[in-house]
Design a binder for this molecule. Sequence first.
Ligand code: ZN
Length: 433
Amino acid sequence: MATQTECFNLKDAISKQAEATFVDTQTLYRELHRTPELPFQEYKTSARLADALESLDYEVTRGVGGTGVVALMHNGSGRTVMLRGDMDALPIKEETGLDFASNETTTTSDGNEIPLMHACGHDLHSSCIVGTAAVMAALKKHWSGTLMLICQPAEEIFGGAKAMLNDGLYERFPRPDIILGQHNMPALAGSVGHISGSAMAACTNLAVTIHGAGGHGSMPAQTVDPVVIAAHVVTRLQSIVSREVPPEETVVVTVGKLHAGTQANIIPHSAELEINIRSFDDVLHSQVVASIKRIIRAECEAGRSPKLPEFRTLNETIALHNDPMAVEHVRHAHTEYFGDANLFAMPRLNASEDFPLLGNAEVGGFGGKDIPYVYWFIGATPAERWAKTLGTSVSQKMRHLEMPHSPYYFPGNDVTLRTGIEAMATGALAYLA
Ligand code: ZN
């Protein structure tokens, strides 16, 4: 068991190493920020990260699950701790005005030029992985076990975790005893937020095609109008949350895309919908998806649709449940390091992550027992801005600040970057020291 003095020394050593490596991490972060890449296209990003990890003497494997990177440091007997950072960016035009803002664009398969931005701070997460790698390498004689770092592609489309698992993440590399991950958010920079148990929602994005029989706008009787069917579908779907879901549960059903037709005098042949479903309970989630399909089939029948509707799951992920014992363990380590005043109780978020797939043996498809995980949050709002923001609690202030995916969102200030490294290193050492 560690004594007070040893605890203090380790804390001091983490801080000193984080300081020593900070400029390198900041440089890497700014480079990544300037050159964002879309999910599964993180070629330059992953090469930079892999090079940086290799130069720190990690055993690096590239191209895991597409562009994923796995870095290992074997350091004697003990646990295997996996730290995860994601790498992908978004099709958003950056408006932060930073001198290292992105001007990058890419051309989609249909020939459109789209802007690119790290608007969710995944550049920050993967830079923190490298910063933590440097701290852990420098402190090698103070811990034992195996450190496994992963830079994951395609979080935004819930594809990367699954791709890495399908590429043998836990067969080709050690199966971890614990997985740690983090995300930035609008909270005071320098603070770390924890939440035990249910933390983030399950999410399914469903595409639907409703078939009609197109024709002249003046002769509706000779057609089947998919616009009218789609309109009924959108309205009727609202009754799932209000009439089929117990009031104490949180479920969202949003029709985010509804597309049919080209001009006023043509009744189109089909209508396309995209539906976003969120919930915190995997069983209830499947029930809601089943209800959506039942209602759409029934509305198609009611509207004389000549063909059954088609459903396509665009992407999906499960709810995030932080392991309560592991959260306590990590929170304790963070309290020792950052002090109680710099920790906050994270409210449950309706956003979603593919991180939980890495710990769920059944849905993750890797078999055996689930792997416990802790996913915490690091504040990204500078102190001055935070003080001026309306409200007292994190939840209240959050409503007045830019959120991830905004063209103005910028989490990569120096305090947040430093906190991300220290939170990861402290979390890892809580299992390895
Ligand atoms: Zn994100």
